[in-house]
Design a protein around this ligand. Structure first.
Ligand SMILES: Nc1ncnc2c1ncn2[C@@H]1O[C@H](COP(=O)(O)OP(=O)(O)OP(=O)(O)O)[C@@H](O)[C@H]1O
Ligand SMILES: [Mg+2]
Length: 248
């Protein structure tokens, strides 16, 4: 299994929305199943935003997986987002989420890495050193850093990108929208490979909440097209890590 961590340097650029979009689009593009893990130590929003139950969540998984994380334990503690995507939600309270994540993040990374047949998209929220999800970031196959193409997102992105290089964490950039700065400029300034752009969609939660459309005409809508393109580039990069520049 590949672990694709999705996080941000600062602000709220759209990490959760991109994680959901990638998770929903994953199988149609790669032919491999995906699971979505909400590992945001500031607290989860998926349950509230997509009408899921508050339990089971990471709390129940942390009890069940005290010794080893198995695929059946993961499945038992997941819920189906939009009726399609197995999702492990975080507790909505930030303090609880941080308390649960700290001891389980390492085992979660190790367990997810062991499952051959499923890939994991992990919403790690804000990327900070010493974060309770640090072990998931450390062991991911790719960290997708999300930013809006704006100056106030650029400065923290540049600092974060430097830290990631120092810590040898493979990272690449996705911009949400393509204005006012060209995403290529954001990539150049941060020296991150640009995977692409997630379309700016004002009703993004509503669109994602309906799940991946089952008819081809709707999948041609800009949001789903950009998500499929991003999945394609991430998958390609996971298979050929040195090809990051070519993929961008
Ligand atoms: N592709 C998009 N187009 C337009 N608006 C978006 C898009 N993605 C996210 N948003 C909006 O940006 C806001 C933050 O989205 P989201 O919760 O996905 O970001 P986040 O980075 O996970 O935030 P947080 O730091 O709170 O976890 C929401 O209002 C959401 O509707
Ligand atoms: Mg979020």
């Amino acid at each position: 299994m590949s672990i694709i961590a999705v996080g941000s340097a600062k602000a709220s650029p759209g990490v959760t929305s991109l994680s959901v979009g990638l998770g929903l689009s994953w199988e149609a593009t790669t032919g491999r199943r995906a699971v979505l893990v909400e590992a945001d130590s500031d607290g989860g929003v998926l349950a509230a935003r997509f009408g899921l139950a508050l339990t089971p969540s990471l709390v129940e998984l942390s009890g069940a997986a005290r010794h080893e994380l198995t695929i059946s334990r993961l499945r038992d503690n997941s819920q189906l987002l939009a009726g399609q995507l197995p999702t492990l939600v975080a507790p909505s309270c930030g303090e609880t989420a941080a308390l649960v994540l700290s001891p389980i993040a390492g085992r979660l990374a190790e367990g997810l890495g062991r499952f051959d047949e499923v890939d994991a998209v992990v919403d790690v929220g804000r990327v900070r050193s010493g974060s309770p999800s640090a072990e998931l970031i450390k062991h991911c196959d790719l960290l997708v850093l999300v930013a809006r193409p704006r100056f106030d997102h650029l400065v923290p992105l540049v600092h974060q990108a430097r830290r990631l290089v120092t810590n040898e964490i493979p990272a690449a950039l996705v911009c949400v929208g393509d204005r006012p700065y060209p995403p290529t400029e954001m990539a150049k300034a941060s020296q991150l490979d640009l995977l692409g752009v997630m379309a700016h969609e004002p009703r993004v939660a509503q669109a994602l909440g309906g799940g991946l459309p089952d008819n081809r005409r709707h999948r041609r809508l800009l949001l789903w097209r950009t998500l499929a393109e991003l999945v394609h580039r991430i998958h390609y990069r996971l298979q050929t890590p040195a090809a990051g520049h070519e993929a961008a």
